[in-house]
Design a protein around this ligand. Structure first.
Ligand SMILES: *Cc1c(COP(=O)(O)O)cnc(C)c1O
Length: 358
């Protein structure tokens, strides 16, 4: 069996959920599990999320995985329904729908579900992505309140553009605008993503919506999850399948992008961009060989990558290679590759073997 493996530590996930509770003790928790639980596998992580009050996903297809797992917690669709079929699914499977645009209010009026559904009105407080602004808020809210196919407990939510930078004043400005836009409206309120859970206590309100921190990753622009008391859930590992000696001046890999400055031992690890390891990770990106730091050498291939084994005298075929996770924050690898941990986690591919530890 090819050794590229992602191990999932469900005890770490429970620990991270407890960390959310400790940071926002008065709020209910939507555990955000969109994009296959940030690449971890939705069905795999659900057993560790029994302590959440509700779950949040991007679409009905994701919500149905939760229902197939016989979990009857509320499930929030973060972008609401996309068509009439989705509206029917909200009623059938008890899904809560975000309403972010007047077109959704119209669709709901034209395709009333079989029983009333719960909706959450999304307010644009300054991110300028999804949400209602200005007088559209009151108009849509009135239309929803008059629609018998909508439950009376309409919720309110908004989203922050820059909560990951606690020095940036934008989040405070968004909160002020959101308070002004919603002060005369009843309903439960929700605004905080992971960064706001940890960095903006005044944003916690009735419900928080943590995603990335559940998986043990720092939501902030700098630092890693451990700084915030989080534990990584996924560790992505493989093994060396070849070791060789190259001479000074020899090049390694596609494009000859790495050249030996002296005689060097090179290890070839069985993982590449076909497994979700970022092709843009440059030479020098850290990996762990049997727990000790080493550096990538040359371009990442589809199925393999090369490692400079200088100083790793015991490294041999079969040595364990940690690509990220326990001992090597995915945040670090993401920074080398010019991306964010969210993208690396979501990008782990189907051919990687997953192992779940409880
Ligand atoms: C993805 C998402 C979240 C969770 O964000 P994290 O940064 O992963 O905590 C919260 N709210 C909305 C609307 C989202 O789309």
């Amino acid at each position: 069996m090819r050794p590229a493996t992602a191990t999932l530590d469900l005890a770490a996930l429970r620990h991270n959920l407890a960390r959310v509770r400790a940071a926002a003790p008065l709020s209910k928790v939507f555990a955000v599990v969109k994009a296959d639980a940030y690449g971890h596998g939705l069905a795999r992580v659900l057993p560790a999320l029994a302590g959440a009050d509700a779950l949040a996903v991007a679409c009905v297809e994701e919500a149905l995985i939760i229902r197939e797992a016989k979990i009857d917690k509320p499930v929030l669709l973060l972008e609401g329904f996309f068509d009439a079929e989705d509206i029917a699914a909200c009623a059938e499977h008890d899904l809560w729908a975000v309403i972010h645009h007047p077109s959704q209010v119209d669709l709901l009026a034209r395709h009333p579900p079989a029983k009333p559904i719960r909706v959450w009105l999304k307010i644009d407080s300054g991110m300028n992505r999804l949400g209602l602004a200005g007088d559209k808020i009151a108009v849509c809210r009135r239309q929803l309140a008059d629609n018998n196919a909508v439950r009376k407990d309409i919720g309110l939510l908004t989203h922050f553009a820059r909560a990951d930078d606690t020095a940036d004043p934008t989040t405070g400005e968004q909160l002020t605008r959101w308070q002004a836009l919603t002060e005369n409206l009843d309903g439960e309120r929700s605004s905080a993503n992971s960064a706001a859970v940890l960095g903006w206590p005044e944003s916690h309100l009735d419900w928080v919506r943590p995603g990335i921190m559940l998986y043990g990753i720092s939501p902030f622009v700098e630092g890693c999850g451990r700084d915030a008391g989080l534990k990584p859930v996924m560790t992505f590992k493989t093994r060396l399948i070849a070791v060789k000696n190259v001479q000074s001046g020899d090049c390694v890999g596609y494009g000859g992008a790495w050249r030996a400055r002296s005689a060097t031992r090179i290890g070839i690890a069985a993982a590449g961009y076909g497994d979700g390891y970022p092709r843009h990770a440059p030479s020098g990106t850290p990996v762990l060989i049997d727990g000790m730091k080493a550096a990538l050498a040359g371009r990442v291939s589809m199925d393999m990558l090369a490692v400079d084994l200088s100083g790793h005298l015991n490294a041999a075929v079969g040595s364990e290679v940690t690509l990220w996770g326990d001992g090597l924050p995915v945040e670090t690898v993401a920074a080398y590759a010019g991306t964010i941990a969210y993208e690396l986690l979501c990008g782990v591919t189907q051919r990687v073997h997953f192992r779940v530890f409880d």
